[in-house]
Design a protein around this ligand. Structure first.
Ligand code: GLC
Ligand code: GLC
Length: 827
């Protein structure tokens, strides 16, 4: 069942009912000011950091769901309603929500009054602009009351939700004409304030929540709206809000357009106030309000936003035999990559904005799906991330975006972290050809006095693995590897201990974690990412160092085959007791997905057929119609030696859930191994455009990936196996966005940036006759035509560039050439 449809021409998803199976959201803003907005206008705004600079309040895990947002209320002679249906929930005569690239349009109609609201955050602008168009579509004149509503958060979202003995006494506002200013703590230690404006006169306002809503009422029945009139309340402590009230009369067919702005302003310390020393200096705010003060200016801003996205998305566009693929590649997957790049795992409807900042491994992987869009921003991000590394190659697991400092609460010792830096830096060079990034001086632990070149950072990353091997010559697992829930040094038996930060004191003498527990996932990631480091060294003429690094990779491959090959697939780990994890010998959790793809893609054991055997085992044991589960069999009891993974009921999250992030690695591996049909099958099991038809089962947005889908074991714990099989959770902020972008564009369609140029080597479903693509790359345009006359899955029989035959799969770079017409014939 569907709850809307894709409008590809407008690059929008159109939601046709407010009652989606879960709130379906969009993100506004790509630079500093961000808003989350659901299809019923719920959500919140923040500046740069969802925890430390929260602008409006949101209540997570509330009843009913999705409470709090920017709401417009209509009181039309006693009929109270919102254009987005919620929170009043009056049945509407018409409803539509269009989520587009950086904007959302919500339209509601009731009793002949149509209200269309467009929300967007303009480029280079710290505010959300909202245009409200009210149209009387009836045959009689209409007089009604319009109320806006926003609830201020007291900046630090964590403190806002727990420090009430203080917070209820600090709230402050200022009202100036039609503009309501929020200035809590502005007098003392903050140089920022927020405002909510409208470009017209108003008939009243409210700034105090209890006066507007009423202490015992809710968002669904605010007293002022019921009364049809604002109270002109002034907040002093308690909960400051901003609500405009306006009486409007419309003749039949007449429309009125209003522009509201929710803005954020920072002021220099010495210019914060007017001469009286307490009134906000509003010069900057007024300039912001002026910028979008008319519908024409609003349109101009929207036009710029559209142009911005059209340009970004034109860097890669494809036309394949499957319009679902086109819509993922050309629109939604790229869009999601921008969002994950910006927000890492901080703020979504599942991430509260106060939990995690930017993750070292997460953000490095996000770069892989984003780097082609704005390489300069990717470079800046890579440098920020690398700056939280330690001189020995280890690193902080997370950092706060506002301060860019490593997060000491979480610390380090996540064994996979350093390797992702090698991949992100390589991806940046492959995209841009800018080898200069290797010469950048990058601090360790944010300390510039001990800065080293980025190349040196790669070296310490690489050797951090080599220098931390266990008894089988495999990398130590440490506190966790990519899988945060495999915690082999934890042995936790006390509620509340964090699986990621707690390590059992019995390992204190060994340095905090077991020197026996080893990760095959990290071993395989090492053999996959390591060769990039070797190639970089060769390019720089450092052949001796390259040979030395290559020898380490070869040794690791040998160690994997000697100690981590289970006969039909690769083991997952050795636990702290030296026992195998992810082996046929295990009672549960016999096979895990994570190491397999990377091992296959680095040809580990290929001569013995390890790749094909592994792919067959994955298909047999892990695949389902909704994607590949992480492990099988699911754990049915707590294995203290494994940690968090066995705390989840079977079928959820890391315990045999369909963890979509690592599905991409198998898609890539199947494509790499020439199994284009299989790769595409796995891709279409999880790609949102393909799951749209089962939105009632899937629940979350059909235009973006979620982190997790309930696996085949979901419900087994309560004797209802399959109960929540196929149910998505944790949408938007997941490494799946970047990795599936890589999987479809670089492995299936095979358009892969390489150090020496663009490589084209597709691995597609054999029925496809081919496809075309346009790729802008290193300043040139590549018009690519792939033909598949023999209906193979993989293999380049010939390649022509601008009419000339070329050997191999890489389009040779010709200095100064602006256009490459590439014809690839498969066979
Ligand atoms: C979450 C984390 C990611 C981790 C994954 C598996 O998505 O953000 O860092 O790799 O879970 O545990
Ligand atoms: C939990 C989650 C995991 C996530 C981690 C982040 O363990 O299950 O997916 O990556 O928290 O700290």
């Amino acid at each position: 069942m569907k709850f809307g449809y894709f409008d590809d021409a407008n690059k929008e998803y159109v939601i046709t009912t407010p009652k989606t199976p879960y709130p379906w959201i969009n993100y506004l803003g790509t630079q500093g000011f961000f808003s989350l907005i659901s299809n019923t206008a719920g959500g919140y705004s923040f500046y740069k950091d969802a925890r430390l600079r929260r602008i409006t309040r949101y209540r997570y895990n509330n009843v009913p769901i999705d409470m709090g947002g920017r709401y417009f209320y209509i009181n039309d002679n006693g009929t109270i309603w919102n254009p987005g249906w919620s929170p009043v929930k009056t049945e509407l005569d018409e409803y539509e929500c269009r989520h587009g690239m950086g904007y959302t349009k919500i339209t509601g109609k009731k009793n002949d009054l149509k209200v269309n609201v467009t929300f967007f955050v303009p480029q280079d602008y710290d505010g959300e602009v909202q245009q409200v168009v009210l149209t009387n579509e009836g045959s009689a004149e209409k007089t009604f009351a319009l109320f806006s509503f926003a609830e201020w958060c007291l900046w630090d979202a964590q403190d806002d939700s727990n420090n009430f003995q203080r917070n209820f006494s600090t709230g402050r506002v200022e009202v100036d004409g039609s503009v309501i200013y929020h200035k809590t703590e502005y007098r003392d230690r903050r140089n920022h304030f927020a405002f909510y404006s409208v470009n017209d006169s108003i008939d009243g306002y409210d700034t105090d929540r209890d006066s507007f809503i009423g202490l015992y009422n809710g968002f669904n029945n605010p007293e002022a709206v019921l009364a049809g009139k604002a109270t002109n309340s002034f907040a002093d402590g308690w909960a400051p809000i901003a609500s405009h009230y306006k009486k409007i009369t419309l003749k039949p067919g007449e429309s009125k357009t209003l522009v509201f702005i929710l803005g954020y302003v920072e002021m220099p310390q010495d210019q914060k106030f007017e001469a009286d020393g307490k009134t906000i200096n509003k010069v900057k705010a007024k300039a912001m309000i002026e910028k979008y003060s008319t519908p024409e200016k609003f349109e101009e801003g929207m036009k710029e936003l559209r142009a911005y996205w059209n340009k970004l998305l034109s860097i890669l566009s494809v036309t394949t035999p499957d319009d679902k693929v086109d819509r993922m590649v050309n629109i939604w997957n790229q869009y999601q990559c921008m969002v994950t790049f910006n927000l890492s795992r901080s703020a979504s409807y599942f991430e509260s904005g106060i939990g995690r900042g930017m993750g070292f491994r997460d953000s490095n992987q996000d770069v892989l799906g984003f780097v082609h869009q704005i390489p300069d921003r990717a470079k800046e991000r890579i440098i920020d991330i690398a700056s939280t590394q330690f001189p020995d190659g280890g690193c902080y697991h997370q950092y706060q975006p506002l301060t860019k400092k490593g997060n000491a609460d979480i610390g380090g010792d996540f064994s996979d972290d350093p390797l992702w830096l090698i991949l992100s830096v390589s991806a940046y060079i492959k995209e841009t050809g800018d080898w200069g990034i290797l010469d950048e001086m990058v601090p360790y632990d944010n300390d510039m006095s001990i800065a080293q070149t980025m190349l040196e950072h790669l070296k310490v990353s690489f050797y951090h693995i080599v220098n931390n091997l266990g008894p089988h010559g495999l990398p130590l697992a440490m506190r966790a590897d990519w899988n945060d829930c495999i915690n082999l040094s934890c042995f936790s038996d006390t509620p509340g201990e964090s699986f990621q930060t707690y390590t059992n004191p019995k390992f204190a003498a060994e340095g905090g974690y077991s020197k026996v527990a080893e990760s095959v996932m990290v071993a395989a990631l090492f053999t996959y990412s390591g060769p990039n480091y070797v190639e970089i060294l060769k390019h720089l003429g450092k052949d001796d160092e390259a040979a030395k690094a290559q020898a380490e990779i070869d040794k690791m491959k040998k160690n994997i085959m000697e100690s981590a090959w289970d006969g039909d697939w690769f083991l997952r780990a050795y636990d702290a007791n030296g026992e195998k994890m992810g082996s046929k010998e295990c009672e549960e959790g016999q096979i895990f997905i994570e190491p397999q793809g990377f091992a296959i893609m680095s040809d580990v054991g290929k001569e013995q057929g390890a790749d094909l055997k592994t792919l067959a085992a994955i298909d047999e044991r892990l695949n389902t119609k909704y994607g590949l589960v992480l492990n099988n069999a699911a754990f049915t009891k707590y294995y203290i030696q494994y940690g968090e993974i066995s705390t989840y009921p079977g079928g959820y999250k890391e315990n045999a859930g369909i963890f979509t992030h690592n599905n991409a690695w198998i898609i890539c591996a199947a494509a790499y191994a020439g199994q284009g049909d299989q790769a595409f099958k796995y891709y279409s099991e999880i790609a949102p455009a393909f799951t749209e038809e089962t939105s009632d089962i899937h629940k979350t947005e059909p235009y973006v990936y979620g982190q997790m889908i309930g696996g085949k074991d979901a419900g087994s714990d309560i004797g209802q196996t399959g109960k929540n099989f196929g149910q998505g959770k944790n949408s938007w902020l997941t490494g799946t966005a970047a990795w599936n972008m890589v999987a479809i564009s670089q492995y299936i369609l095979g358009i892969q940036p390489d150090f020496d140029g663009l490589s084209i080597n597709p691995s597609i479903p054999h029925e496809w006759d081919g496809f075309t693509a346009i790729r802008r790359y290193r300043g040139a345009t590549y018009n690519i035509t792939v033909k598949n006359p023999d209906h193979v899955c993989k293999g380049v029989a010939s390649m022509e560039v601008n009419g000339k035959a070329v050997e191999g799969c890489i389009v040779p770079l010709t200095e100064g050439q602006k256009e490459y017409n590439v014809v690839v014939t498969m066979g």
